[in-house]
Ligand binder design. Structure first.
Ligand SMILES: Nc1ncnc2c1ncn2[C@@H]1O[C@H](COP(=O)(O)OP(=O)(O)O)[C@@H](O)[C@H]1O
Ligand SMILES: [Mg+2]
Length: 231
């Protein structure tokens, strides 16, 4: 599991995460909620090593990874799907997926049928350019690209943002499958309450870089949490 203890993160003089502690288990969805600017993306970047924490520890499978490069964290089984997806629009779908290979040993560098079974649309569109896909398809591609690395922990940053309901449903099914059947841990950053509640085993609500509420997914109360989401 992932055990974050008392991390502090600043950008220059602006302090963003304040002594934050949280846990995420394998085979569980851990939802992180909060409105724009509270530090959700910064938290995921800190876990991935894309931003450097000033203090605290990040334990992953009982090892302190706080000082490892993003590449080494990826190799240890952590994968990240950034907010806004960051698909390479001039590369084909298949080439986008291949960019996930960098952390794998040579002999494992092939796209397993598992990926295309999860996202059949990507198989049909594998020779199309990333930029030709709809927003929802790009989100599916971004998740698939992370799964190519065979992660044990998947960090998802607002996967439903700007996506049509039919694809949101498909993404929910994939997340459920990954945690229940593959026993992957998912940290799901969201502002879409219903989506997060339907999937979460546990949740944290952030307010200005601190945890304001936390608990079990099935205890998530819309009226209580919604006021931390809408401005
Ligand atoms: N690279 C950066 N440099 C300086 N400030 C940043 C940077 N990234 C984010 N911030 C600021 O940190 C705060 C938290 O941002 P972010 O983690 O993206 O929040 P969220 O994902 O919850 O919207 C915001 O005030 C944002 O403007
Ligand atoms: Mg964000």
């Amino acid at each position: 599991m992932l055990d974050i203890k008392n991390i502090n993160l600043s950008y220059g003089t602006s302090h963003i995460l304040f002594s934050m502690s949280l846990q995420a288990k394998l085979g569980n969805v851990t939802a992180i909620l909060g409105r724009n600017g509270v530090g959700k993306s910064s938290l995921l970047k800190a876990v991935m090593g894309l931003e450097t924490i000033q203090s605290g520890t990040i334990l992953w499978e009982n090892t302190d990874i706080s000082n490892l490069s993003p590449a080494l964290r990826a190799r240890s089984g952590v994968a990240y799907v950034p907010q806004g997806r960051e698909i390479f629009s001039l590369l084909t779908v298949e080439e986008n997926l291949q960019t996930g290979f960098s952390v794998l040993p040579m002999k494992e560098r092939k796209i397993s049928s598992f990926i295309y079974d999860l996202f059949p649309i990507l198989k049909n569109m594998r020779n199309r350019r990333g930029g030709d896909l709809s927003g929802g398809q790009q989100q599916q591609l971004a998740i698939a690209r992370a799964l190519v690395m065979k992660p044990k922990l998947l960090l998802l940053d607002e996967p439903t943002e700007g996506i049509q309901p039919s694809i949101i449903k498909e993404i929910a099914e994939v997340i459920r499958y990954l945690v229940q059947s593959e026993k992957i841990g998912v940290i799901l950053v969201e502002q879409y309450f219903d989506f997060a509640r339907d999937l979460a085993d546990s949740y944290y609500v952030l307010k200005k870089g601190r945890i304001a509420l936390s608990g079990k997914g099935k205890e998530m109360k819309k009226n209580e949490i919604q006021r931390y989401l809408t401005v």
